[in-house]
Design a protein around this ligand. Structure first.
Ligand code: HAS
Length: 566
C-alpha cells in the first residue's frame, strides 16, 4: 500500500531518533553489569556517574524508545487497516512535542542534573527541565489518539457491520489506557514535582507522588506490551505459515487489558507503609486478574503455532515446534517475535511471583526485579520493537535488509544473553542482592569490609549475559543502519503480514464497541484508587525536602553544612 511522503518521513524519524539514542541506552546497560560485577570499583566511568548512566539506560530504553515506537507503529497499523492517514498537522505536532521533550530530558540527564532513574521518585530531585521534558514526551505520544479515533469513527460509519480489525482495536485500547494513566503522572509532575523542584514548595508528599506514579507506571508496562501483542495476534500466525486460532480470544484479551491495566499499580507499593492492607490485597487480586489475558494469549498462540506446524507436516504432540521457520531470513520477523514470546514465559511467571504479597516481601527491591523485567520489557517488547522497526523501515523505503543471514540470528543471541543475564539477577535477588546499587564500590569489592562473595557468581553471570546482549545489539545496529544507508531496490510501501483467523467468530457487538468497557474501566479504577489516594493524603508522613543521589542529607543542608562533604 502506498502512503503519503509526509507519513513516510514521519515514520522514518519516529523510528530513527529512538534507535539512534538506543546506542547510549545499550552502552549504559552494559556498564551496569560491569559496575555491579565489581570489574570497576568507582562511582563513575568516562565522566558519567553510575546513577546518571542508570537513568539514561532506563529513560531511553523504557520510555523514549517505547513511546516513539508505539506512535510510529500506531500510525502504520491504523493507516494500513483503515486505508486512511492520520491528520498531518496532528501527527507532526505529536512528533515535535515528543522530540522537544526528549531533548530537554536528555540535556538534564547528560549534564548530570537528573540522576533520578526512570521512576523519578521524590525525594530525589531532578532539574525542572527533566520533568518538563518527560511531560512533553508523554503528552506528545497520546496526541495521535485523537486523530486515530476520528479515522476509526469515519471508517466505522462506512463499515457498520464489519468487525473492527484486531490491530486497530489493539491500538485504540492501548492508547486509551495510555491516555488515562498519564493523567496521574501529569498531575504528579505539574502539581507536585515541578513546584518543588523549582523551590516554590519546600517539601513534597512522597507517598502521594509514588501512588500517582504507579497509577501510571503499571499501565505503562502494558503500553509497552500491547504493540507486541498486536504483532503476536495479527502477524505471528501468518509468519509461521498458519492462522490465528481464535479472533475472539484476541478481542477478549484486549478488552481485559483495558479493564485491568490501571487499577493494579499499588502492587509496586506493597512495602509502602502509608497504604493500608485492604487496598494492597484488592489490587493484588486484580494483578492476578491482569495475568489472565496473557494466559489467554499463551494458549491461543500455542494453538496457532501448532496449527502452523501441522500444516508444515509435523507429527506427534510437540513436533510442531520443530517445523517452525526459525531461521528463515526472508521471514526474519518470526524470529524476533518467537524469541520474545519464549522469554515472556519466564517474564510472566516471575511477575506472578511478584504479585503475591508474601513472596513480594522476599524479592522487592532485590536484583530479582530487573531479572523479571528484562524478560518482559527487554524480551517480547524490545525484540518486537527492533524487529518491527527494521521491517517497517525496509518495507516502506524499498531497501533490502542488510546482512539478512546475520539479522535472523540476532534475536536468538539476544534471547541467550537475556536468559543468562536474568538467571544471574534472579538468583542474586533470592540471596539478597539489591537492585539499583553500584555493587563494585562495596559488596563486590574484595578490599571493602562489606564484600559479599555469594554475589560473585550471580553478578558474573549477569555480566556474561550483558556482554552477549550488547554484542547482539551491536549486530542489530549494523543491520539497521546498514539498511538505512543501502540503495533502494523497489518502490517500497506499507505492507504488514496479516493472519487470517482459523475460527473467525461472527461479530459480537459487545466486543466491537468501547462504551461499556470504558464505563467498567472507570468504575474499577475508582474502587481501586479512591481509597489509595485517601490513604496517601491522610497518612503521608512528614513532607520531604529535595535530595540528590550522592548525599544522604537534604540539598539545602548539604550546600551549607553537609557533614559528608567535609
Ligand atoms: Fe511486572 C515490577 C507483576 C508483566 C515490567 N514489572 C515490574 C517492573 C517492570 C515490570 C519494569 O506484582 C519494575 C518496576 C520498577 O522499576 O520498580 N508484571 C507483574 C505481573 C505481570 C507483569 C503479574 N511486567 C510485566 C510486563 C512488563 C513488566 C508485561 C513489561 C512489559 N511486576 C509485577 C509486580 C511488580 C512488577 C508485582 C512489582 C514488584 C516490586 O516489588 O517492586 C503479568 O502481566 C504477567 C503475565 C504473563 C504471563 C505469561 C504468558 C506467556 C506468554 C508466552 C507464551 C509462549 C508461547 C511460545 C506460546 C502469564 C504469552 C512458546 C514458544 C517456544 C519456542 C517455546
Amino acid at each position: 500500500m502506498q502512503i503519503s511522503k509526509s507519513l513516510k518521513r514521519l515514520i522514518y524519524w519516529e523510528l530513527g531518533i529512538p534507535l539512534t539514542l538506543l546506542t547510549i541506552g545499550i552502552y549504559h546497560g552494559l556498564m551496569q553489569t560491569v559496575y555491579r560485577a565489581g570489574v570497576i570499583h568507582q562511582s563513575s566511568f568516562a565522566h558519567l556517574d553510575y546513577y546518571q548512566g542508570l537513568t539514561l539506560h532506563g529513560v531511553i530504553n523504557a520510555i523514549v524508545l517505547t513511546s516513539f515506537f508505539a506512535v510510529a507503529f500506531g500510525h502504520a497499523t491504523m493507516a494500513f487497516y483503515l486505508k486512511k492517514e492520520p491528520h498531518r498537522w496532528v501527527a507532526w505536532l505529536s512528533f515535535w512535542l515528543m522530540t522537544i521533550g526528549t531533548l530537554l530530558a536528555a540535556w538534564a540527564m547528560l549534564s548530570g542534573n537528573a540522576s533520578v532513574l526512570y521512576t523519578f521518585y521524590p525525594p530525589l530531585k531532578a532539574h525542572p527541565l527533566f520533568y518538563l521534558g518527560a511531560a512533553l514526551l508523554i503528552v506528545g505520544s497520546w496526541v495521535p489518539l485523537f486523530s486515530w479515533a476520528n479515522m476509526y469513527m469515519s471508517w466505522k460509519k462506512e463499515h457498520p457491520e464489519t468487525k473492527t480489525p484486531l490491530a486497530v482495536l489493539g491500538t485504540l485500547v492501548n492508547f486509551t489506557i495510555w491516555f488515562v494513566c498519564t493523567l496521574a503522572v501529569a498531575y504528579e509532575v505539574l502539581v507536585l514535582l515541578l513546584p518543588w523542584a523549582m523551590g516554590w514548595k519546600a517539601t513534597i508528599n512522597v507517598t502521594l507522588a509514588r501512588t500517582l506514579f504507579w497509577f501510571f507506571g503499571h499501565a505503562l508496562v502494558y503500553f509497552w506490551l500491547l504493540p507486541a501483542y498486536i504483532m503476536y495476534y495479527t502477524m505471528l500466525p501468518k509468519l509461521a505459515g498458519g492462522k490465528l486460532f481464535s479472533d475472539l480470544a484476541g478481542r477478549i484479551s484486549l478488552f481485559l487489558f483495558l479493564l485491568l491495566s490501571v487499577p493494579v499499580g499499588v502492587h509496586h507499593q506493597f512495602s509502602d507503609p502509608s497504604i493500608s492492607r485492604g487496598i494492597k490485597m484488592f489490587q493484588g487480586l486484580l494483578t492476578f486478574g491482569v495475568a489472565l489475558p496473557s494466559f489467554i494469549t499463551a494458549f491461543t498462540l500455542a494453538a496457532s503455532l501448532e496449527y502452523a506446524g501441522r500444516k508444515r507436516g509435523s507429527r506427534g504432540l510437540l513436533g510442531f515446534f520443530g517445523k517452525l521457520p526459525y531461521l528463515d531470513s526472508s521471514r526474519y520477523l518470526f524470529a524476533y517475535l518467537i524469541g520474545g514470546l519464549f522469554l515472556f514465559i519466564f517474564g510472566g511467571l516471575t511477575g506472578i511471583v511478584n504479585a503475591s504479597g508474601v513472596l513480594n516481601a522476599v524479592v522487592h527491591n532485590t536484583a530479582w526485579l530487573p531479572g523479571h523485567f528484562h524478560m518482559t520489557v527487554a524480551g517480547p517488547v524490545f525484540l518486537s520493537i527492533i524487529g518491527m522497526s527494521l521491517f517497517l523501515y525496509s518495507g516502506i523505503s524499498g531497501k533490502p535488509v542488510f546482512l539478512p543471514r546475520i539479522n535472523v540470528i540476532i534475536p536468538y543471541l539476544w534471547v541467550i544473553g537475556i536468559l543468562i543475564f536474568s538467571t544471574g539477577l534472579s538468583w542474586g535477588g533470592l540471596i539478597g542482592e539489591p537492585r539499583r546499587t553500584n555493587l563494585g564500590m562495596t559488596y563486590l569489592n574484595p578490599k571493602n569490609e562489606l564484600f559479599t562473595p555469594e554475589w560473585v557468581p550471580t553478578t558474573t553471570l549477569a555480566l556474561a549475559g550483558g556482554i552477549i546482549m550488547t554484542f547482539a545489539a551491536l549486530l542489530f545496529f549494523i543491520v539497521f543502519f546498514g539498511t538505512m544507508f543501502s540503495k533502494k531496490t523497489s518502490a517500497g510501501g506499507l505492507d504488514l503480514p496479516v493472519s487470517e483467523a482459523l475460527h473467525d467468530e461472527k461479530r459480537i457487538p459487545l466486543f466491537d464497541t468501547f462504551k461499556p468497557w470504558l464505563i467498567i474501566m472507570g468504575i474499577i479504577i475508582l474502587i481501586a484508587y479512591i481509597p489509595a489516594f485517601i490513604n496517601a493524603t491522610r497518612n503521608p508522613g512528614p513532607g520531604a525536602p529535595p535530595f540528590s543521589p550522592n548525599s544522604p542529607v537534604p540539598e539545602q543542608i548539604s550546600k551549607t553544612s553537609n557533614p559528608y562533604n567535609q
